[in-house]
Design a protein around this ligand. Structure first.
Ligand SMILES: O=c1[nH]c(=O)c2[nH]c(=O)[nH]c2[nH]1
Length: 300
């Protein structure tokens, strides 16, 4: 009994295309998850193993990147129409190209009441956290409050480099003098002093968060490590009631896509946002301990 091929389509799913529009110093970002697929007469590929009509999914991915540059991304819809037309033109056996685009929204980080030119936070990913320990009772009671946030996704489209690092025979990383810096920040900070019922926890949290964001936006970054240290220091400097800030920050790599095979320049405009593996930078920033009380044998 002969079998026959039923409905079929094929393509590349979830190409993470980040387009930075940087014609002026005020950058704009379009962050897309692009999936393409073709349907049509692809019977030979399935039944006979004949790929002569198959436009590879790899080519579809390349086209998604190239069109982010060539056509630009004024809207996901406009980009998707252009990409769909192009794929159909490139694959004569296809009768239809389907392009689905998810867009992640970014807001400008507010610094002193105005939106920063090239620092952004992603909308709607963040969770506020707190962990409280109550130890002892009555007059012996000690309350430790550690508050924080998780998955605050941040991105700078310029003002970040990574150069001068240690190299060995396994190093292939090129020095980056102007790169995208992005993280999904987890930060936790521990309060000292008053934990009574009149404490304005919401206000404190909002103020620390604002300071972290401004620190990220305004620090020229030579590494994510340095950025975290500056962000933590800014919090400690501004809030005497905070004793320590702890960070866990994945380095969400954005790789500049090589568009030169397609005759296109890419000067920091089209990136592939890779989700793994990722660098993971973790650090605690705390106040310098009182030097005298730290000296061994010295009584305070
Ligand atoms: O900010 C960075 N810190 C690193 O330690 C590191 N390592 C790496 O490959 N890229 C980066 N970026």
């Amino acid at each position: 009994m002969a079998n026959v091929l039923g409905a079929n389509r094929y393509g590349k799913a979830e190409t993470r295309v980040v387009r930075i529009h940087r014609d002026t110093d005020r950058h704009a970002i379009r962050d897309l998850n692009v999936s393409t697929s073709l349907r049509g007469d692809f019977t030979a590929a399935h039944v006979d193993g004949d790929q002569s009509h198959v436009l590879p999914t790899d080519t579809q991915k390349n086209t998604a990147f190239a069109y982010a540059k060539r056509h630009g991304v004024s809207s996901p819809e406009d980009y998707a129409v252009a990409l769909g037309r192009r794929l159909l033109e490139a694959a004569p056996a296809a009768t239809a190209a389907r392009v689905t685009v998810e867009e992640y929204a970014w807001d400008r980080i507010q610094v002193d009441g105005s939106g920063h030119d090239h620092a952004f936070s992603r909308r709607g990913t963040e969770t506020r956290t707190t962990e409280v320990t109550v130890e002892g009772r009555g007059t012996d009671e000690e309350v430790v409050v550690t508050s924080g946030l998780r998955d605050l996704v941040l991105l700078k489209s310029t003002g970040s480099e990574f150069t001068g690092f240690l190299t060995d025979e396994y190093t292939t990383l090129a020095e980056a003098r102007d790169r995208v810096l992005s993280t999904a920040l987890t930060a936790r900070w521990t309060y000292t002093g008053d934990t009574g019922p009149d404490t304005d926890w919401d206000g404190r949290h909002a103020a620390v968060r604002r300071t972290l964001l401004a620190g990220f936006a305004t620090t020229y970054s030579r590494a994510l490590q340095e950025t975290l240290y500056r962000m933590g220091s800014a919090v400690l400097d501004a809030f005497p009631e905070v004793v320590e800030v702890d960070f866990s920050a994945p380095n969400k790599h954005h790789f500049l896509v090589d568009l030169s095979p397609f005759g296109l320049e890419n000067e920091g405009e089209v990136f592939h946002a890779a989700d793994r593996p990722y660098g993971l930078i973790e650090a605690t920033v705390r106040r310098e301990p009182d030097a005298r009380s730290e000296e061994p044998g010295r009584q305070s």
